[in-house]
Design a protein around this ligand. Structure first.
Ligand SMILES: [Ca+2]
Ligand SMILES: [Ca+2]
Length: 97
């Protein structure tokens, strides 16, 4: 996925055009655009990404799950990390949702 496609996906998912989308919403939308987002699904999604059960999702864990389905440039991956509010290179659940 190129940066342009990433932006398009973000815009498409951002129904109310607030420009605000969470990392988890983006991931769910990338893997399954028709998925309706519920709290339960977000939790299940978060758990499925957190392979080592550390309670946070690293970029490597995200790549392991969606990297197989979605081709993204390193720049695009880095862009995704804008959701990492505390810059520890991991998404905790609050950053994810
Ligand atoms: Ca983890
Ligand atoms: Ca973080």
């Amino acid at each position: 996925m190129s940066d342009i496609e990433l932006d398009r996906t973000l815009a498409a998912v951002d129904d109310d055009q607030t420009g605000y989308l969470t990392f988890g919403e983006f991931l769910v939308a990338s893997v399954n655009p028709k998925e309706i987002l519920t709290k339960e699904r977000m939790q299940a999604c978060f758990k499925s990404f957190d392979e080592d059960g550390s309670g946070s999702v690293s970029l490597e864990e995200v790549k392991a799950v969606i990297g197989k389905q979605v081709k993204m440039s390193n720049d695009a991956w880095r862009k995704l990390m804008q959701f990492d509010d505390d810059n520890n290179q991991e998404m905790d659940y609050e950053e994810f949702c």
